[in-house]
Ligand binder design. Structure first.
Ligand code: ADP
Ligand code: MG
Length: 687
């Protein structure tokens, strides 16, 4: 149960003055539903304005406050045209205050002709005219003062304005009372950090780095504590010790010897699975390192011990591909492998469910459908999660502690995560590393070329295809889900390439009907189709060794880690592979550096570190790349500098206070609830 002291913070925003159904929506869009969310809606940046006597004293692009007299209103010729209010400063310079859309109604009210107003905003030039577009403030003389000359700028959504959200944040802060301190007193003293509430207030007031750091530290501490508690809980749980006799594994007939790294990882996994406390291990290996075989060996250990194993894949495509390769590899062992996804319906599904229940299926591969309530197992004792970074941390950990006898969990990732982020994402999860690629792999040649060379590129592609090779062509996708722009880009490219290559081209993107996606993937995987045009849905896992060319359009729009993942789709066979990064005409300095790095190295870990560095450096105050880290307050830079200490602090707290007893322990529980990492606390109660 959440401590009562936090109730005011978890009050819905509707309880605030001025928040009704109309304002609720834009707030929700920003993820702001409770007082606490507003407290933590930290400014993206601050503007400092300069009060000027007249416009001659101000520079273009400068944020100013100036006293103006309104001379004229000019409505636009059409509804779309801007509404302009002309005004004069004290020495007769004319300025236009420009409004678009509905904002003109406000302008009419606020700026009657002949009146004098204080106006704050950014001075710009439009043609030969000075203007301020949508002034931040318009204030009557003698009315409210313009307040601070340094003002927070918040992330907005449609329907919100800066003054409105600033007002709500202030209301939220005024309802926010001090909480008991959870940080080690010496740490506070050493860093010169303010108390929690003071830190919030300061962080909204100006660029107080101590305040921001403290707030970030809180989040990092909460995360560390939660991970540790779940981990400790997992250690106490009883799983099923699984000891295989090798009877299945010995029948495996692999066309290659395992690498040293694969053997080592399998041994580590085998050691874990033999224990009664459930395994919680991360298998980290770059693309193409051969994680699937390791997973298969691990699952066969479970089968040998008379139990069932499941493999969870993040997408339908991957689930199918894993199913195919696992079934093929497992065939000589006699283990029965089945596929179960959300798409299976009717009789076939019923049959699979029956077979899972009576234990005649040994290994099931699927999407999250395999963990739905209706799916019952005979004796599920081992779970492999592929590319688990797509699943939430909490979800992942809860899975591990599900059921009375917790299954052994092996999480596999091809995303080389920098060490600091590993700590953040997984805490002290046991890690097996495949740091050795299977032999015979050739380096992938990486070239960067301009958009104008696409014609040449298509000729080169034609030559590849004529030699019987296959290729990928990736069009940009900016978000998790394919949006309309991306679909347009991929469809246009597909149409153009289809003109030249006809039936040899197939297309896959997130908005195709599942059957069409499968059909396209199958034609490509079987070698029937030679060219796959796609968005990044192919990013993870897809394995077609005959594909030797990877084209990535508008490569500058991708992150390094993502480019690396994509590039890893080729270079899987023994033939030489090429990755072509097609870039746009204008590149930022960071984008240029990123592409250069791609050319320079193929080491996923190095790229991940560099990615972190490049983004960390360019990161604006308060802007987050969502999805990368489990944090909303702490920036990449703060994670790097503060996480190790937060982690140690969490450990001391748990070890010394024996599971969060005592006053500081109590405060730390409050912290866990504040950051909604209370799954950690729940394990305390249960244990
Ligand atoms: P990933 O780690 O990216 O999941 P996969 O398991 O898909 O890698 O393996 C990539 C390719 O390498 C597959 O075609 C697989 O059969 C092959 N492979 C795996 N292990 C070895 C090995 N020890 N020697 C040679 N080829 C291997
Ligand atoms: Mg894989």
């Amino acid at each position: 149960m959440r401590p009562d002291i936090l109730n005011p913070l978890f009050t819905e925003t509707e309880a605030l003055d001025g928040v009704g159904p109309k304002l609720k929506k834009p707030l929700e869009k920003l993820g702001l539903t409770r007082v606490r969310d507003l407290d933590y809606h930290l400014p993206e940046r601050f503007v400092s304005r300069r009060a000027v006597g007249n416009l001659d004293e101000a520079g273009e692009g400068e944020q100013i406050v100036v006293r103006l007299t309104v001379t004229e209103h000019r409505a636009g010729r059409s509804a779309r045209a801007p509404y302009r209010v002309l005004a004069q400063d004290m020495v007769g310079n004319i300025l236009a205050l420009t409004y678009f859309g509905r904002a003109s109604f406000t302008a009419r009210k606020q700026l009657p002709v002949g009146e004098t107003r204080w106006v704050a905003g950014k001075l710009e030039r439009f043609g030969d005219m000075l203007q301020i577009v949508h002034p931040d403030h318009v204030v009557e003389e003698g009315g409210d003062t313009l307040g601070q000359l340094c003002e927070p700028v918040y992330r907005l959504s449609e329907g919100l304005t800066q003054p409105k959200i600033a007002g709500l944040v202030q209301q939220a802060l005024s309802r926010t009372l001090e909480l008991p301190e959870w940080i080690e007193p010496r740490q506070i003293e050493k860093q010169g950090w303010p108390t929690w509430r003071d830190a919030l207030v300061l962080a909204h007031k100006g660029e107080h780095s101590a305040a921001r750091d403290r707030l970030a530290y809180d989040e990092l501490l909460a995360n560390s504590l939660a991970l540790m508690l779940v981990r400790a809980d997992n250690r106490k749980r009883r799983g099923q010790p699984l000891r295989g006799d090798g009877s299945y594994r010995v029948k495996l007939d692999l066309p290659f010897p395992l690498t040293g790294a694969q053997k080592r990882s399998i041994a580590e996994i085998e050691g874990d699975m033999a224990q009664e406390s459930p395994m919680l291990r991360l298998l980290q290996g770059d693309v193409g390192a051969g994680k699937t075989v390791v997973a298969l060996e691990a699952m066969l250990i479970a089968v040998e011990a008379g139990a069932q194993a499941a493999m969870l894949a993040p997408t339908e495509i991957l689930a199918r591909q894993h199913y195919e390769s696992l079934r093929r590899m497992a065939e000589p062992t006699g283990a029965r492998v089945a596929l179960l996804t959300g798409r299976d319906k009717g009789k076939a599904r019923e049959a699979t469910l029956m077979d899972l229940l009576d234990g005649s299926i040994d290994i099931v591969v699927g999407t999250h459908a395999i963990f739905q309530d209706k799916v019952a197992y005979n004796n599920l004792a081992m779970v492999v999660i592929d590319e688990q970074h797509r699943f939430g941390v909490g979800q992942r950990l809860m899975l591990a502690s599900k059921g009375r006898r917790a299954p052994h969990v092996l999480a596999m990732t091809a995303t080389p995560i920098p060490r600091t982020l590993t700590l953040a994402q997984y805490g002290e999860l046991d890690v097996s590393k495949l740091d050795e690629l299977p032999p015979g792999r050739q380096a992938i040649e990486t070239v960067v070329m301009g958009q104008d060379k696409i014609g040449l590129l298509v000729d080169r592609l034609a030559a590849q295809i004529a030699e019987g090779r296959q290729a990928y062509w990736v069009c940009p996708m900016v978000r998790e889900m394919d949006g309309p722009d991306e679909i347009a880009a991929v469809e246009a490219r597909f149409a153009a390439l289809e003109q030249r290559f006809g039936r040899d081209v197939v297309m896959v993107h997130g908005q195709l009907a599942p059957e069409m996606k499968d059909a396209a993937m199958e034609r490509f995987a079987s070698g029937d189709a030679k060219l796959l045009v796609a968005t990044t849905v192919i990013e993870v896992g897809v394995d077609v060794p005959n594909a030797t060319l990877m084209v990535i359009e508008q490569a500058e729009r991708f992150g390094l880690a993502q480019l690396h993942q994509l590039r890893g789709r080729v270079g899987r066979g023994s033939e030489k592979s090429v990755c072509v990064l097609v870039r746009g005409d204008t590149l930022s300095e960071t984008a240029r550096e990123r592409l250069a790095l791609m050319r320079e190295t193929q080491d996923g870990f190095r790229l991940a570190e560099e990615d972190l560095r490049l983004r960390g450096g360019g990161e604006l105050l308060g802007t987050r790349q969502s999805g990368d880290t489990p944090f909303t307050v702490a920036s990449l830079e703060q994670i790097t500098t503060l996480l190790p200490t937060a982690y140690d602090d969490a450990r001391l707290l748990i070890e010394r206070d024996g599971g969060l007893e005592g006053p500081r322990g109590e405060a730390a529980r409050t912290l866990l609830y504040l950051f909604e990492r209370d799954y950690g606390v729940k394990t305390l109660r249960g244990g």
